[in-house]
Design a binder for this molecule. Structure first.
Ligand code: ATP
Length: 237
């Protein structure tokens, strides 16, 4: 299978801190790829490099025949590589509907936008019920749903998520993972950064383990779940 997105020899530093060291990572089209690892391993930095929000020191990120490291964050979104806003950075003083509309701001295909909105309301019925309410009045989990919905409104070809389950109650975590699986079943390619290693590997077809800025393991999600090194370091007893 040829990859839809390919990270090649990517290195990123903050001053003299080498956060990501010469990593290789490929996303197969239509798959969920999990990138897991401990705090500070370099997961967020890798995602930020794909989104163009941070500059790579070396390496390429190939998507659709182009090197994303040469494009602006805006151009990368327009190409269809969309990151779910970090820390659920939704606009709390706007309504839920207005937040969703913002996700589609570069699009002109009105009929399809309206279909996509229906689909998001199907995925997250609570957003439909609260559409005219202020986003700031949503719970943390609902805000995370809105952040995912807003990213989907941009009609991504690749969706990037940075710890979507962080800080959420267990039931909400289950709900978010269930929805990611459902979205993936429509054919959307997903790169999922998670510290919830078990849940992420359960829904991911492929996975990578990052330690100290380096990829130390790469395998199917299922094989990684059964890998003694992963079990010992990340899954506990
Ligand atoms: P976390 O789950 O804590 O976000 P992570 O795996 O996503 O961890 P990164 O946030 O990518 O890891 O951090 C990788 C390394 O880069 C860490 O050593 C971190 O301290 C460092 N780092 C991250 N952001 C900055 C920054 N803005 N300035 C300096 N160093 C940074």
């Amino acid at each position: 299978m040829s990859p839809i997105l390919s990270i090649q020899n990517l290195s990123v530093s903050y001053g003299h801190i080498r956060a990501v060291k010469n990593i290789q990572l490929e996303l197969n089209a239509g798959e969920i790829t999990a990138l897991v690892g401990a705090n500070g391993a370099g997961k967020s930095t890798s995602l930020l490099a794909v989104s163009g929000l941070i500059k790579a020191n070396a390496g390429k990120i190939l998507f659709d025949g182009e090197d994303l490291t040469t494009l602006s964050p805006h151009q990368i979104v327009q190409k269809g590589v969309v990151q779910v806003a970090e820390g659920r950075a939704i606009l709390t003083t706007l309504t839920v509907q207005e937040n969703l509309d913002l996700g589609a701001y570069t699009r002109k295909d009105k009929a399809q936008i309206s279909k996509d909105l229906d689909y998001i309301f199907h995925l997250f019925p609570v957003l439909k019920n609260r559409a005219s309410g202020l986003a700031g009045n949503l719970s943390g989990g609902e805000q995370q749903m809105l952040a995912i919905g807003r990213a989907l409104m941009a009609k991504p070809k690749v969706l990037l998520l940075d710890e979507p389950s962080m800080g959420l109650a267990p039931l909400m975590v289950q709900e978010i993972f269930r929805v990611l699986k459902e979205i993936n079943q429509t054919g959307l390619t997903i790169l999922l950064v998670e510290q919830n290693v078990r849940q992420a590997l359960k829904i991911a077809q492929s996975g990578y383990v990052l330690e100290n800025g380096e990829i130390v393991l790469q395998d199917s999600g299922q094989n990684l779940l059964n890998n003694p090194r992963v079990i010992e370091a990340y899954l506990g007893a």
